[in-house]
Design a protein around this ligand. Structure first.
Ligand code: VG1
Ligand code: CO
Length: 541
């Protein structure tokens, strides 16, 4: 074992979902090692404990695994559980931590960010409940990154990642497990696989796009081997180091293949795709994109059709920019609906303390108490199981939902890679205006409240400040503005819009048109075009 002096003293603050940087930053001498040592220093339970380790297969995944195994051994970890070939999806890591009672999990992924030498790399840390570590631990890690002076490592580790079984590595146990099996078994315990099998044996046609990232092997095992879908229904199913040039972010800009399949063609009933590490997914029906906020609402409304949730669910939670569609369902079901900051770590306490069963985000992540992560394939199986039971297709289910609850027109606009100083300037300028916005009239819209979202955890009472600006307008419309915590270049500003219409109003209008007033209001409040000098806006959902 060697104690290496660091040559790198840059402090690193984990963002919404771990630490993400350009791959070329992560591959710099000592960079990954420094950060991983900070993780070991922040989770003392790992000394003599068990670590789950795997990643989404992107460039540097395997090398990083060899280094982390060497560091785990030098730091006194007693067992490392590895996914075969170094592959584990984020939900699978959560499942495995819980099943094998591990102390922590490290997921090597920058999730929806592109991979490859020119792309991004990232590290997520999950705790013993299977979920992303809390803000308190993230803060501890950040403090460590300011102090770190050396790290411990066994150098030049070359483990064969393809042989399943138990091995001894200098007194530490390494167990290499099938990456998919435990997760697939968990899915089988939640859903009625026979009902979905019957659905696949009808005329029903299905396509899942693995985007050349981690979900391909999971989709093949679950949809094809266990549920009988044709092998051809899984596309881009081999994990590649650069994702074959695809950008595995489940939205219409990046998941082009399934969008054109569903909007330009007519022979597939249900299409879905996931992000790089498999924790998020979108579903599409014929000429129908299911807005993730609507998806959470619809899955909640239909939960009791699913084996595991047949007796009802405890409560739900959504992140602040996610539309309030699920709030209406919760009201009808007479269960509580919590509003949290963006990022999955805030849901864990609510699930652990039996306050909620379902949770989700507008960014296409939804999940339940079965693990402590959002879960892309779980959400697809939820939809398939509901379709199998109700015999309704996606457009019919969505229509039925809107006709009962009304519709939340919803859109997110992103301003990516803008100058950080300009993003901060825009933010500060709105903050200064906040108190004067209340009661302000813009055309036929009136601001009913404008504030910075602060979250108080109902369980441990911890406070998370500065979680975005929320502007509410009379008549259930909202604008939310926040800075992304997952980008790796410049700053990304996200602006979210929603407008509610009752079942009696027009449910079938163009979303951007319905939201155009709100978009104008946001332009006026932020002065974004003037500050940036040009229009950086990208319509994401
Ligand atoms: C984005 C999404 C957020 C999600 C996060 C991690 O964060 O908006 O909803 O939880 O990515 O997802 P941000 O800070 O860039 O808006 V994953 O699938 O990339 O771990
Ligand atoms: Co992800």
């Amino acid at each position: 074992m060697d104690m290496i002096q660091t040559t790198y003293f840059d402090d690193q603050k984990p963002g919404t979902s771990g630490l993400r940087k350009k791959t070329k930053v992560f591959t710099k001498k000592n960079y990954l090692e420094n950060y991983v040592q900070c993780l070991f220093n922040s989770i003392p339970e790992l000394i003599g404990g068990t670590l789950v380790l795997g990643g989404d297969g992107r460039y540097f995944n395997k090398e990083a695994i060899q280094k982390i195994v060497g560091m785990a051994s030098a730091n006194g970890v007693s067992k490392v559980i590895l996914g075969c070939d170094g592959l584990l999806s984020t939900p699978a890591v959560s499942c495995i931590i819980r099943k094998y009672k591990a102390d922590a999990g490290i997921i090597l992924s920058a999730s929806h960010n592109p991979g490859g030498i020119e792309g991004d790399f990232g590290i997520k840390l999950n705790g013993s409940n299977g979920g992303p570590v809390s803000e308190q631990i993230t803060n501890k890690i950040y403090e460590q990154t300011k102090l770190i002076k050396n790290y411990k490592i066994v150098q030049d580790v070359h483990i064969n990642l393809n042989i399943l079984g138990l091995f001894d590595f200098m007194g530490m146990t390494i167990e290499i497990i099938d990456s998919v099996n435990d997760y697939a078994n968990l899915m089988n315990s939640i859903f009625d696989f026979n009902a979905i099998k019957s659905l696949f044996s009808t005329e029903f046609t299905f396509c899942f796009d693995g985007m050349n990232a981690v979900t391909g092997p999971y989709a093949n095992e679950i949809f094809v081997n266990r549920l009988g879908a044709p092998a051809t229904s899984i596309i881009n199913s081999t994990p590649k180091e650069d994702f074959g040039g695809l950008h595995p972010d489940p939205n219409h800009r990046n998941a082009r293949e399934i969008f054109s399949m569903m909007f330009d063609g007519d022979n597939v009933d249900f299409a879905a795709c996931s992000d790089g590490d498999g924790d998020r997914s979108i579903v599409l029906g014929k000429k129908t994109f299911v807005s993730p906020s609507d998806s959470l609402a619809l899955l909640t409304a239909n939960a009791t059709l699913i084996k595991k949730y047949k007796d009802g669910i405890l409560g739900v939670a959504r992140s602040v920019p996610t539309s309030k569609a699920v709030d209406l369902v919760a009201k009808k079901l007479n269960i509580k609906c919590y509003e949290t900051p963006t990022g999955w770590k805030f849901f864990g306490n609510l699930i652990d303390n039996q306050l909620i069963t379902f949770c989700g985000e507008e960014s296409a992540g939804a999940g339940s108490s079965h693990i402590r992560e959002k879960d892309g394939i779980w959400a697809v199986l939820m939809w398939l199981n509901i379709i199998a039971v109700t015999k309704l297709n996606i457009p019919q289910l969505i229509n039925k939902h809107w006709k009962e609850f009304g519709r939340h027109y919803y859109s997110r606009h992103d301003y990516e890679e803008i100058e950080e100083s300009k993003a901060i300037y825009i933010f500060r300028a709105i903050e200064e205006k906040l108190s004067t916005l209340r009661g302000f009239v813009f055309g036929d819209e009136t601001v009913s409240s404008a504030e910075i979202f602060t979250y108080k955890d109902p369980v441990d009472k911890s406070i998370s400040e500065n979680q975005g600006i929320v502007i509410e307008l009379e008549g259930s419309s909202r604008i939310v503005i926040r800075l992304s915590g997952t980008g790796t270049a410049g700053a990304t500003l996200r602006i979210y819009f929603e407008k509610y219409v009752t079942p009696e109003e027009n449910l079938y209008q163009d979303t951007q048109m319905v939201l155009s007033n709100l978009i104008n209001i946001a332009n006026e409040i932020t002065q974004i075009k003037d500050v940036l000098g040009k229009d950086f806006r990208k319509v994401i959902s």
